[in-house]
Write a protein that binds this ligand. Structure first.
Ligand code: GDP
Ligand code: IMO
Ligand code: MG
Length: 422
């Protein structure tokens, strides 16, 4: 058997967790492969709402193993709080949550520097201030602390003593107080003891499951246009949310991958800095934001909202190789008289239909829209494609043609049951 992937097709918050939770009822294992606690993944099950930041969204199924892969940057405190939250709501986590010993650890200086550097640049990127960028930078610079170091005090001490002087130079440069090595070592040795039961070189567990015909789902965080290589650089996150990132972030080889599910909202949102060609003007944006309750699950920030961007989506389909698409939040569009799909950008007098490399071109891009009639009917009770009103079905079919990939799943509400298969 082969592993499936759920990837964010847009700028994050596409409803990935809702789709992962839906698919996870059939899964033996769900693996997070990149990002960290910058993610906010919402699942609504039996009227109860859960927001996960680090723990895979399959955790609500008692037999599903949940794994934090090597590609994740791991924040111990956020993880321990999340375990506590989940346990306090009656869900057992013992023996079925594992953390890769290869994953990198978010250290106190990462979070501090993320915050300070954002402030110094007037919140240019608009990061979540979870220390994500600085932690991945240390990973690439080979000065990162890995999970395995937390259970080896001598190794940890050696690393911190090597790294900290440079971090303190930076902190004091920005007017912050220097950190003390002994405080950090004591705190992270203590985390190591608490985390010990979860730590494993999970690569073997994951690949044994894939080869042993178990059903494995690799859960992406963020989205394609936030990818460090293929997103709207520099307004991106510091990892590879795209499908290829699922291999490097979990250790499943490319020939172990089967389905690649792209999660797309029926419109588009973005939170933080950076261009977004179909972003609406203030009043129209406010209406869509309210209809979709578009406020960040991690930071509470209002999300920028706009019509579905077909140019962005086609690009996304190319870099991810989607085998199917899960379309979410189409119910949010039910009150609009007409719905729009962007099929091209007008840049400097020319219409283009390829997603430009330069963020400056994206800032200047004027969307070219195709309009379709709205359906003006509550569709949240629809459970099969034929339950949808004709105009809603036409919208789905048109999106499918614009993206060039079959839409296999349509979500019509936040609840687990509000979903239909085609
Ligand atoms: P993720 O980061 O991609 O997992 O998405 P988020 O959880 O950040 O944001 C998606 C939001 O939309 C959450 O509040 C979900 O409960 C909600 N949601 C998911 N699917 C649907 C849907 O089909 N309709 C509506 N109305 N809400 C949905
Ligand atoms: P989920 O998994 C939406 C955005 C931030 C910022 C940029 C860089 O819930 O879809 P970072 O803290 O990662 O260095 O911030 O990326 N961002 C997200 N936007 N959904 C997310 O996660 C995001 N995680 C990061 O707003 O623009
Ligand atoms: Mg989210």
């Amino acid at each position: 058997m082969s592993a499936s992937i759920v990837v964010g097709g847009q700028w994050g918050d596409e409803g990935k967790a809702k789709i992962v939770d839906y698919l996870a009822s059939q899964m033996d294992m769900v693996v997070r492969y990149q990002g960290g606690a910058n993610a906010g993944h919402t699942v609504v099950a039996n009227g109860e709402k859960f927001v996960f930041h680090l723990i895979p969204s399959g955790i609500l199924y008692p037999k599903t193993e949940c794994i934090i892969g090597n590609g994740v940057v791991f924040e111990p405190d956020a993880f321990l709080k999340e375990i506590e939250m989940i346990e306090s709501r009656g869900i057992a986590t013992k023996g079925r949550v594992f953390i890769s010993s290869r994953a990198h650890v978010i250290m106190p200086y990462h979070k501090l520097l993320d915050g300070i550097q954002e402030k110094a640049s007037n919140e240019r990127i608009g990061t979540t201030k979870r220390g994500i960028g600085p932690a991945y930078a240390d990973k690439a610079a080979r000065t990162g602390v890995r999970i395995i170091d937390l259970i080896n005090e001598n190794a940890l001490r050696e690393k911190i003593n090597m790294i900290l002087p440079e971090k303190n130079l930076l902190l004091t440069h920005y007017g912050d107080k220097p950190l003390k090595a002994d405080d950090i070592i004591a705190a992270y040795v203590a985390y190591g003891q608490q985390l010990k039961p979860y730590i494993e070189d999970v690569l073997f567990r994951i690949n044994a499951a894939v080869r042993g015909n178990k059903r494995v789902l690799l859960e992406g965080a963020q989205g394609t246009s936030l990818d460090i290589d293929f997103g709207t650089y520099p307004y991106v996150t510091s990892s590879n949310p795209i499908s290829a990132g699922a291999c490097t972030g979990s250790g499943v080889p490319p020939n172990g991958i089967g389905e690649i599910v792209g999660a797309f909202k029926a419109y588009i949102t973005r939170v933080g800095g950076g261009p977004m060609p179909t972003r609406l003007a203030k009043d129209e944006e406010a209406a869509l934001r309210e209809a979709g309750d578009e406020f960040g699950a991690t930071t509470g920030r209002p999300r920028g909202c706009g019509w579905f961007d077909g140019v962005q989506a086609r690009f996304s389909a190319i870099v991810n190789g989607f085998t199917t698409i899960a379309l979410t939040k189409i119910d949010v569009l039910s009150d609009f008289d007409r719905v729009r799909i962007c099929t091209g950008y007008r840049v400097g007098g020319k219409v283009i239909d390829n997603f430009p490399v330069d963020s400056e071109d994206l800032y200047r891009a004027e969307p070219v829209y195709e309009d379709m009639p709205g359906w003006k009917t509550d569709i949240t009770k629809a459970r099969s494609f034929n339950d949808l009103p004709p105009h809603a079905r036409e919208y789905v079919r048109r999106l499918e043609a614009v993206i060039g990939v079959k839409i296999g799943i349509v979500s019509v509400g936040p609840d687990r049951e509000a979903i239909l298969l085609r």
